[in-house]
Structures are given as structure tokens and as C-alpha cells.
Design a protein around this ligand. Structure first.
Ligand code: CTP
Length: 398
């Protein structure tokens, strides 16, 4: 059931738009509220009157509609939904999204939204297979946009192949999954990610090579199976996933405070590469070269966030997971780290330069729990994340 869920439905300009009328009915039957948006081209295929009659809501059509802006601005419109669904998603809309264009109401809403987005593409088979569409599809999937379809079959244009929009009930099933009616529905999970930057002065800082890719993948995988993810991220080089609550921080101390503010949680995954030290007295002015030689930097120890949370006496998350990035004696160091920090699991990996793991797209990890160590084969960081998310779901749903 989709009771009290709000769907912002963007209808693009393609012949499959007629199926979106049925989609609106199916969604409303399941208790969802549907706010429809029509592109100019969509109005050539379905009328605003039929869409609004079925949705029981006003149709939004114009970026510069003064009455609509006064009632509900387009930014608010883009954020008030639980899910944004684009059906049919045309090659043109996908291109605009991939290229960051915002020149009409639909594309502006898609850029301004911070809620998850699901696309149901529909287009001629040649258009779907065109290199630019494939490129855009990959870019959008990389940005965390979800897809349902297209299906293969006879198309309205008389050709055969992939490009048909998914059937309304398939789109409803994808909406269910995107809304996280999954095993972690109702669970709140904290994920830390990325490096931290420790200031030396207002223009310089100490950092590390973490890209944030693994933490981002974990957050995405947890959200995909229904978790509410609070994603506390340092200045990572990969963007945060869609559909998570993002808290951006710079330094270890800011991360520590953001983690405390995120509690209570059902589980914490500490994937950030937190700097162990900071410059003891960072200057509030840019350090200048002097004739007296090189400046000396004194270090102070940063709070160990994972250790502090693992050893909380009250309110400790039921499951605390740390990461251990090691360059030698991985198993030995990581096992000792699990005991020293007091966390439940450690995800250990070898980040020596020869492995290409730090900053790369693959990972080879060993999961260390109270029961022992489990070697996982080398796989993409997304696959590691999905496997970890399923393990977390196993424990939290017991
Ligand atoms: N971590 C943390 N806060 C810190 C340092 C680390 O929360 N100040 C977390 C990381 O997010 C990771 C785990 O602790 O989950 C392991 O970090 P690592 O730097 O490998 O641990 P250290 O205790 O600093 O061990 P080492 O001596 O290997 O640096």
C-alpha cells in the first residue's frame, strides 16, 4: 500500500503518456497522492483536463506561472513529494537531466529536488540505443537515479525492440521498491563517509586520499532497501547518493558533532577516513614565509568517533560497524582494531597502492565479526555495499 505517500509525477511528451493516465489511477487506488506535472510536449498526447481529473489535483505546467508560484513555489513542489516519477521519460528529458539543464518546469523540478527519482523511459528503439541515450542512462544511474524498463516489444512507431514504457503495474512495483518498502523500512542508519580536512590556516589543510566511494555506495544500498540514512560526509570527491539525509562536514571534530546529533540510530556504519590528528592551533590568518625558517606544526589528537560510539554506555546503536584500511597484516591489525574500538563488525581491506583500492571502483574486503573472519571476493564497491546492507538487514530484522 502507498497510503499517504506523495508522488510527483512528471509526464514527458511521448505516445506512452496515455499509460500514465492509468498509472495515476493505480497509484490513487493504493492510497497515494499524485501531483502531476506536464511538459509542453506531453500536452500534445494527453490533456491537462484528463490528467487533473484523474489525479484529483491541479496540473503544474509552467515554470513562470505566477499564481502557482504564489501558492507553492517550484522548489517546494520539487521537495514536498516522497518520490519523483518521470513517466514517460523521453530521450530529451534524460538528456536534460544528464546535462544539468533546467529550462522548463519539469527539468527545473528534477534539478531542484532532493527526493529520490524514478524514470520509466519510453522512446523509439533507435533512440534508446543511441550512444548519447546510453551515455545519459549511465550518467543518471551513477547519480543514483532509478530506472524501471524500458521493455522490449512492438512499439507504437511500428518498430520492435527495447523502448516501450513499462506497464503501469510494473511502475507501481518499482515505486514500492523505491519508497523503501524493503527489509530496512523504519530503520534509521548512520553512515559516515569521505575524508576529513584538518585546517592549517584559512587556505591550507591536511587531508587523505579517500574518495568517499565506498561509504557513498553503502548509504545508497541501505536506502535502496528502505533505511532512512543519515549520511555524514567529509569533502568527498564523489557526490552523495539521492534519497539520503546529507550532513556535510569538513573536520573530524565537525564529524563527531554531526554523528552525535544523528543519534539515536539502529546501526552506524563508519566508513569515513577520519584524520587521526589535527593541527593543534590552526592559524586564523594565512601563514607567511618568514626569514626565520620553516613553520612548525604541532598536532593534537582528534576524537575517535567509532570508538566513542562503540563504547557508549547508554544509547549505543545496536549494531556498530567500522572499517579498517590497512597496508599490511590486514587480518591481524583489523581484528585488533575491532577489539580496541569495541565495534561489532569491522570491514577490513588492503589499501596498499598495488591493490588500486583506495580511490578505485573495486574492493576486496574481509568481514570480521564476533564469529570470525569472512573473506569476500574482489568485487565492485557497489556490490560490497549491497552485500553489507543485506547483512545489516538480516541482523536488524531479527
Ligand atoms: N575512525 C573514527 N574516528 C577517528 C578515526 C577513525 O571514527 N578519529 C573510524 C573510521 O571511520 C573507521 C575506523 O575508525 O571505521 C578505523 O579507522 P583507522 O584510522 O583505521 O583506525 P585507527 O584507530 O586510527 O588505527 P590506525 O592506527 O591504523 O590509524
Amino acid at each position: 500500500m502507498l497510503n499517504s505517500k506523495r508522488i510527483l509525477l512528471i509526464i514527458g511528451g511521448g505516445i506512452a503518456a496515455y499509460k500514465s493516465l492509468d498509472l495515476i489511477r493505480r497509484l490513487r487506488e493504493r492510497g497515494a497522492a499524485v501531483t502531476p506535472v506536464l511538459t509542453r510536449a506531453a500536452e500534445e498526447f494527453v490533456t491537462p483536463l484528463s490528467v487533473s481529473a484523474l489525479a484529483g489535483e491541479k496540473v503544474h505546467r509552467d515554470l513562470f506561472d505566477l499564481t502557482a508560484e504564489a501558492e507553492m513555489g517550484h522548489i517546494q513542489l520539487s521537495r514536498s513529494a516522497d518520490l519523483v516519477v518521470v513517466a514517460p521519460a523521453t530521450a530529451d528529458l534524460m538528456g536534460k537531466m544528464a546535462g544539468g539543464l533546467a529550462n522548463d518546469l519539469a527539468s527545473t523540478l528534477l534539478m531542484a529536488t532532493d527526493t529520490p527519482v524514478l524514470l520509466a523511459p519510453a522512446m523509439n528503439v533507435r533512440m534508446w540505443e543511441h550512444p548519447s541515450t546510453r551515455r545519459n542512462r549511465d550518467l543518471l544511474a551513477g547519480d543514483g537515479i532509478r530506472f524501471v524498463g524500458p521493455n522490449s516489444g512492438d512499439m507504437a512507431c511500428g518498430e520492435y525492440g527495447p523502448g516501450r514504457m513499462s506497464e503501469p503495474m510494473e511502475i507501481v512495483a518499482a515505486i514500492d521498491a523505491a519508497l523503501g518498502n524493503g527489509p530496512l523500512a523504519g530503520k534509521r542508519i548512520l553512515v559516515t563517509s569521505g575524508p576529513t580536512h584538518e585546517p592549517i590556516d584559512p587556505v591550507r589543510y591536511i587531508a587523505n586520499r579517500s574518495s568517499g566511494a565506498q561509504g557513498t555506495a553503502v548509504a545508497k544500498a541501505l536506502a535502496a532497501i528502505g533505511a532512512h540514512v543519515v549520511f555524514v560526509t567529509g569533502p568527498a570527491s564523489v557526490p552523495p547518493p539521492q534519497g539520503v539525509e546529507v550532513v556535510r562536514v569538513e573536520s573530524a571534530r565537525e564529524m563527531d558533532a554531526a554523528v552525535t546529533a544523528a543519534l539515536p540510530v539502529d546501526a552506524g556504519v563508519f566508513a569515513a577516513a577520519v584524520a587521526d590528528w589535527r593541527v593543534a592551533s590552526a592559524s586564523d590568518r594565512k601563514l607567511k614565509k618568514t626569514r626565520d625558517g620553516l613553520p612548525t606544526l604541532e598536532f593534537a589528537e582528534n576524537p575517535d568517533i567509532l570508538k566513542r560510539i562503540s563504547q557508549m554506555r547508554e544509547g549505543r546503536p545496536p549494531l556498530v560497524i567500522g572499517f579498517a584500511a590497512e597496508t599490511d597484516n590486514v587480518l591481524e591489525h583489523a581484528t585488533a582494531k575491532r577489539a580496541r574500538k569495541g565495534c561489532d563488525w569491522i570491514v577490513a581491506n588492503d589499501v596498499s597502492p598495488a591493490t588500486g583500492i583506495m580511490g578505485g571502483s573495486e574492493n576486496a574486503v574481509t568481514l570480521i565479526t564476533a564469529e570470525g573472519a569472512e573473506d569476500w571476493p574482489r568485487m565492485g564497491k557497489d556490490a560490497v555495499a549491497t552485500r553489507l546492507a543485506c547483512r545489516i538487514a538480516d541482523v536488524l530484522s531479527r
